[in-house]
Every structure is written in C-alpha cells, then in structure tokens.
Write a protein of this length. Structure first.
Length: 432
C-alpha cells in the first residue's frame, strides 16, 4: 500500500485555477503592445522558456510570452535573451534547452561543476545535465581524441562568437556508419566532434550562447557574454541550490505532486528520487509547501504557500512547449485534456494536426487548434480545429485571438482550411 495522502481537500477546479494563476493566467492581457516590463513580468511568471527549432508557426519561446502579455515586440525578447542589457541566458532547465532569468545562473553552477569534473568512462554523475549525444560523444572523445576539447575552446577564445561548425580546429567530419549510426552523431542531427566538444563546454559553463544566426547557436566565452556581476556570484551549496530550484518549480506550478515538481522525466525540475523526497520534506517543514489532497489525484499533492485560488478569465493559445502544459499527465489530471505533441507522428497517424495549440478560455482548455504561418502569402492557416467535449461556446473568442496572433506575427490574412463542425462557424466569424 502507498503512503497515506494528507492535507485539506482541494477540488480539481480550484487546483486548476491555482495552477493558472501561478503561471500568470489570471486575466486576459491588456490591449496594446507590451513594453519591457510586461514582457519581463510574463517571463517571470512562466519561469522558463523552452527553446525549440520548429518554426511552422513561430519559434516556440516567443509564444508563452504572447499568451501571457498579449501583443509585444519579439525584438524585445530577443534583446533580453541575446542583446544588451541581457536579462536571460540559455542553459538546460531539467533536460530542456531553455531561456532562463539571469538570477538562476548561480543556482545552476553546481550542475556546471558536476559536468566539469565528470569522468566520462564512469557512471554518469546524476547532477550532470547534458544531452545524450554529449554523454556518449564525450566518452568516445576522451578515449580517441584527448586534448580535442581544449583545442575547440582555444578556437572559441580566438574567434568567438562562432557556430559549432566553425569551432572545428581541423575541419574533419566523421561519416555516420550505416545502418547503425554512432549514437554520438545523433539520429536527427549529425553531431560532429566539434559540436560534441562545444556542447560539453556549454554544459560546464565555460562557453555560453552569445546569439543566434538564423537560429543557429553562436558560442563564446561565458565571461565575454554574461554580466560580470552575475558571474561573480558564488555557486550555492548543491543542497541549497536544489532547494531553491524546487521552490521556483513550486512557485511556478502553484499546486503539484512530487512527480510534477521534480520527478525524473515528468518534473518541472527533475531530481533523483531520494534527493527530491528530502528537498520536498524540508520545504514542508518550513511551511513553504503545504500538503493537500487534490480531487481525482491519488498521489500526495503540495500547494505553494503563497498561491491563490482566484477567478480566471484567460484567453490564450498555448505553445506545445508552454510550461503550463509541459507535463502531459498533469495537464490531463487538471484539465481533463489528453494532449500529445504530433510533430514527430507520421502524418497518417495524426489525429488533431501537426502543430496543435490548446486553446485556453477562462479556466478550461476548450479546443485544439492546428496552426501554420504561410509566410509566402502572409496567411495564418488553420488546417484543423477540434472542440473538446462539452466545451462552452468559443468561436468569437478564438476568432479574436487568431486575429491578434496574425497581427502579432505580421500576417495579413487568416484562412480556415479545417472542415470540422467547429471550423465552419469560425471561418464565417473571421470573414465577418
């Protein structure tokens, strides 16, 4: 038998409102273009912006800010991420490549130090955050090309900011063996030795992302990119850093189970099971996490002590990578919304479309909207639209949101090619 669930009962509707409020969805964004303060506030509430290369609608890291701040200049987020004065930096949040507030940097130094001291022919340190291609690639490079990482670092020092392809000291490219490719080259991306080495240096914090060229990462020495006062802050003791990272996760989730907070593969900030149990226990003892029982969830849940249950009047299209819906099981529990991303699903097997955004209205996810930017014709396309069972009327709010989205993306037209029952009135409303 599992451990007994304790704490006050919380209805699933209340839990949903708490989660939405924690993520900055208390009300609809005000009209007008968002300024730096609004963007900064939206990023703070989201907590983290996952970076993904898919650009069928727009880059995913822009969308959570739009969902929370409304119409804003994407150049504002670009400047905060890769310009001056810089307010965000790129690293891994859990195992997700992400843009993070600079205040997180000292909290992640212990993970960078773990990668720095890693012995690559031994068991992987659980504090190392690295793509699997880096792990297996460094195991091979350590044996086959000792000193190669230092050569790549010297090239960055001399020529940075540079791309991974430009970082190769000898220009040699390995061929992928078929039919069983070397896993360190990647199966979707061809990770050459210089890419492996520079990503390892990125994991250790010795280099960072200085900017993007056609969305390709440009690497440079961290001390030439991030503010000196941020780099001067000492690394926290690992126990203190983990505790603060779980605090950030709890604040951003509002109400969550231990698996939601820091479970491997499911958590907002994953930690080893024993470590997660210890950190959560400490936050319960300090009354920062309050044990509760959420309707329909059999695991012990915890409520962040400053979270509120307030009415939610939201209207937003959510990126598949939005922190609100990262954890698909949690999304299912709180919203009764079974959601999986479809971009890696073969076309004949897709049910709702390719790049499907859940539509949030009030405190419910009421529809699934497949969207695409046809930049050649300046058109926002709606190839598929699926209403959720028993969803309230959403045609007019969705039309309004699509108009705002098209304007924000600089697209002149909206065309609904979907033919579902929900799509017909949407097309008529948009024409009107």
């Amino acid at each position: 038998m599992g451990a007994r669930v304790v704490g006050d009962a919380v209805g699933v509707g209340a839990a949903r409102r708490i989660a939405l409020g924690a993520q900055g969805f208390g009300g609809r964004p005000a009209a007008g273009r968002g300024d730096v303060r609004r963007v900064r506030k939206a990023v703070g509430r989201a907590g983290v912006l996952q970076v993904d290369s898919v650009n069928v609608l727009c880059r995913s890291h822009y969308l959570p800010v739009f969902a929370r701040a409304g119409d804003y200049a994407r150049t504002t987020l670009d400047r905060m991420s890769w310009g001056e004065p810089r307010e965000l930096f790129e690293y891994f949040w859990g195992h997700k490549a992400a843009l993070l507030p600079l205040s997180y940097y000292p909290l992640l130094k212990y993970r960078m130090q773990a990668a720095e001291r890693q012995v690559w022919d031994a068991k992987l340190d659980p504090d190392v955050t690295a793509p699997w291609s880096v792990v297996v690639g460094m195991q091979r490079l350590t044996a086959e090309r000792p000193g190669f990482v230092d050569e790549v670092l010297a090239r960055v020092t001399e020529q940075g900011p540079i791309s991974a392809g430009e970082a190769s000291p000898d220009g040699v490219r390995r061929k992928r063996s078929e039919p069983d490719p070397d896993p360190s080259t990647g199966r979707m991306w061809n990770w050459q030795d210089a890419k492996i080495a520079i990503e390892y240096l990125f994991c250790t914090g010795r280099v960072t992302i200085a900017g993007r060229r056609n969305f390709e990462r440009l690497y440079d020495l961290t001390e030439r990119v991030l503010p000196a006062d941020v780099l001067a802050r000492p690394a926290l003791d690992p126990a203190d850093a983990r505790r603060e990272l779980v605090r950030i996760a709890a604040r951003g989730l509002g109400i969550a189970t231990a698996r939601d907070l820091c479970g491997a593969g499911t958590g907002h900030y994953p930690l080893p099971t024993a470590t997660a149990r210890e950190v959560i226990g400490e936050l319960v003892d300090s009354a920062e996490l309050i044990p509760v029982q959420v309707e329909g969830i059999t695991q012990q849940s915890y409520r962040w002590h400053e979270s509120d249950d307030r009415p939610v009047d939201a209207r937003a299209l959510l990126s598949p990578f939005d922190p609100l819906i990262w954890n698909r099981d949690r999304t299912h529990h709180l919203f009764d919304f079974f959601y999986r991303i479809s971009i890696y699903t073969p076309a004949p097997q897709r049910i709702h479309g390719y790049y499907v955004l859940p539509f949030l209205l009030g405190d419910r996810l009421v529809a699934r909207v497949d969207l695409k930017s046809d930049r050649s014709t300046s058109t926002l396309l709606v190839p598929s639209l699926t209403s959720e069972p028993n969803a309230p009327a959403f045609t007019q709010p969705l039309a309004d949101e699509l108009r705002l989205l098209a304007k924000w993306l600089g697209l002149t037209h909206i065309r609904v090619t979907a033919t579902s029952p929900a799509a017909v009135p949407l097309a008529q409303t948009l024409k009107g």
